[in-house]
Ligand binder design. Structure first.
Ligand code: SF4
Length: 404
């Protein structure tokens, strides 16, 4: 390319960025062009402009949440190729948690100031709607203050088949039992080729979206996720965003977009491909520019590391995820980053923002304006009792609130 042609190209890209930064809607083709070719810092600056305008008045704040993933079983019939967590039925490595154990984990969450649990597990061949009804109603009876932000379309598809009921009935019944919102698990990559390559036994991307759309229509909002780095093309990444945005135009039910990166250990894909930090940051930025209809953009420290998490706050993210008191799924696949509440607060502050603890619907519970008043409970650490770590079980040092 000649110098003149390069200069024209560069000014075209900047014009596109300026239009997006001013609130203009990007087509999928324009988003792909920017995702692949825009200079990194210009892309981030445009996304940050959008974030600042969307959160005018609170743009100095970045949020986090305290939550716990509760993995109720690793037994799964779906055998996704990127997954290091599951065990096939009848495998000696399979386990399921008793309800008492689940409730004890909820009790620890409450004791440590957690507000949300993510119920997350395999597609157990015996777990139909009844299983989730029993679990959610027991949790809500014991801990009504905990928000159950859990599951996704894949689990709904599976439980409705096991119980022989419609998707609508499955969603209605688990909502009545206590589910507050869907975490949007199982989105992985929605475009057909990329999804088939890594999760051939999962429902199609169209079906995943259809179920989430049904859930939104039945009054259950959700977040949306994206798994990056399993060999998908840039065009497939942008197509994933387009598919979500089209549904969001109809429902408005996706509260947030949360991209995260594939972890390479202990799974069938064997780490042959991985997303780089720069690809991840570009995705955060293009997500903020493309999703003019999704409120929140979550940066992740768990899969990309703390420094990249901090950087994401300058590339369009308004939230740095959670202190996950327990996490086993991506940790089993090699995610080694660990943190705690005090460190997360420090990371946000060091990135130039005021940290605030939020709830599931992104309302601020505590804004940490003054470091002198920061919370100091050093028990609020990530992976407190993760089974993915040696010796991981309920933390022996905690004073456990009696559960049942
Ligand atoms: S990602 Fe979920 S559905 Fe897929 S194998 Fe793992 S536990 Fe099963």
């Amino acid at each position: 390319m000649t110098a003149v042609a390069e200069s024209v190209r560069s000014s075209e890209l900047q014009a596109l960025l300026d239009r997006a930064a001013a609130g203009g809607r990007l087509s999928a083709e324009e988003a792909l062009e920017l995702y692949v070719h825009a200079p990194l810092h210009a892309l981030g600056a445009a996304a940050d402009t959008v974030r600042r305008r969307r959160y005018a008045g609170t743009e100095h704040i970045a949020t986090y949440i305290i939550e716990r993933n509760i993995n109720y079983t690793n037994v799964c019939v779906t055998a996704c190729k990127f997954c290091a967590f599951y065990a096939p039925p009848k495998s000696e490595k399979g386990w399921s948690r008793e309800l008492d154990d689940i409730l004890r984990r909820c009790a620890e969450t409450v004791e440590l100031g957690g507000t949300q649990i993510m119920f997350q597990g395999g597609h157990h061949p015996d777990y139909g709607v009844e299983y989730y009804e029993r679990a959610f109603s027991a949790i809500k009876a014991e801990f009504p203050q905990l928000v159950i932000h859990s599951l996704g379309a894949s689990e709904v598809e599976h439980m409705s088949k096991v119980s022989g009921v419609t998707i609508e009935e499955a969603i209605t019944r688990i909502k009545q039992a206590g589910l507050d919102s869907f975490a949007g698990a199982g989105a992985e990559l929605l475009p057909a080729r990329a999804r088939q390559a890594i999760a051939p036994l999962k429902e199609s991307g169209e079906r995943w979206l259809e179920i989430m759309e049904t859930a939104h229509g039945l009054g259950l909002e959700s977040t949306s996720t994206m798994l990056m780095g399993t060999g998908e093309t840039n065009a497939e990444r942008i197509e994933h965003l387009r598919m979500i945005r089209d549904v969001q135009d109809r429902t408005g039910g996706f509260r947030a977009f949360i991209p995260y990166t594939y972890q390479p250990e202990n799974n069938h894909l064997k780490g042959r491909t991985q997303a780089t930090i720069l690809e991840y940051l570009r995705m955060i930025a293009i997500g903020r520019l493309f999703f003019d209809n999704v409120a929140h953009l979550q940066g992740s420290w768990l899969t990309v590391g703390k420094e990249a998490g901090q950087l994401s706050l300058h590339y369009g993210a308004d939230d740095l995820g959670s202190v996950m008191l327990e996490e086993n799924v991506v940790s089993s696949a090699g995610a080694k980053h660990r943190s705690n509440r005090m460190e997360l607060i420090h990371l946000i502050r060091a990135a130039g923002r005021v940290p605030a603890q939020r709830d599931t619907t992104y309302h601020h519970l505590a804004v940490h304006e003054d470091p002198a008043n920061d919370p100091v409970d050093d028990r609020v650490v990530s992976h407190l009792s993760s089974t993915a770590l040696d010796g991981g079980t309920a933390h022996p040092g905690l004073k456990i609130v009696e559960a049942r």
